[in-house]
Structures are given as structure tokens and as C-alpha cells.
Ligand binder design. Structure first.
Ligand SMILES: [Zn+2]
Length: 113
């Protein structure tokens, strides 16, 4: 379960940022996880909730925002959602290799006190 490693990195980052801001506790964490990132949001949430115990982030609220993958079609010059892992443009039927969204794995905000 590699979510545990990612959770640990996220927690380390959050705690470092909290200290940098001169705060002592993490109240909330918000992450953005793309469906193509290879991370299972539920597993990551569970891992985080487990490892925050005994750290400045104990009891923090954890929000995970999912990102539906999107591709760019060079023919239609527009983005389309690649739902169900299909990268075929719904308008012209061409496959797209230009993935614009969906690989995110970011800590996007932090609430500290
Ligand atoms: Zn198209």
C-alpha cells in the first residue's frame, strides 16, 4: 500500500509548513488527487487519519478533492473529460495522448493554528 508513504510525505510537508508559519497545530488538510495519479483517495485518507495520531496534525480534518482526468483534442482544440479511462474525443473520435489533468497529487491547502 504505497498510500502510506504518500501520507507520510504529506504529513511531513504539512507539519513543516505549519512550523514555518509559526503555528503549532494542523486543523485541516486539503489534497487534490487525480484519478490517474495511482493513489486511491480512500486509502490515502485512511492512512493519513492513522498516522496523524501523536503529531501536530492529530484530529485534523482531511479533505480530498478528486480530479477527473481531462485530455486535449488537437482536432477540436478543446479539452474533454476522459472518464472511464477512455482518451477518445467524444466529438471527433480521435484518441488523445495529451493528458492535461488527472495526475495531480497535491497538498492544496492547510489550516493551521
Ligand atoms: Zn476531437
Amino acid at each position: 500500500m504505497h498510500e502510506l508513504g504518500i501520507a507520510q510525505q504529506t504529513l511531513d510537508m504539512a507539519v513543516a509548513e505549519t512550523r514555518r508559519q509559526g503555528a503549532s497545530r494542523v486543523l485541516a488538510l486539503r489534497l487534490r488527487i487525480g484519478d490517474l495519479s495511482g493513489v486511491v483517495p480512500e486509502a490515502l485518507q485512511f492512512a493519513l487519519e492513522t498516522i496523524v495520531e501523536g503529531t501536530p496534525a492529530a484530529g485534523a480534518r482531511i479533505d480530498i478533492e478528486r480530479v477527473v482526468p481531462a485530455c486535449y483534442c488537437v482536432h477540436c482544440k478543446s479539452e474533454f473529460e476522459a472518464s472511464n479511462y477512455s482518451y477518445v474525443c467524444p466529438d471527433c473520435g480521435e484518441s488523445s495522448l495529451d493528458i492535461r489533468r488527472g495526475k495531480e497529487m497535491d497538498l492544496i491547502s492547510l489550516e493551521v493554528a
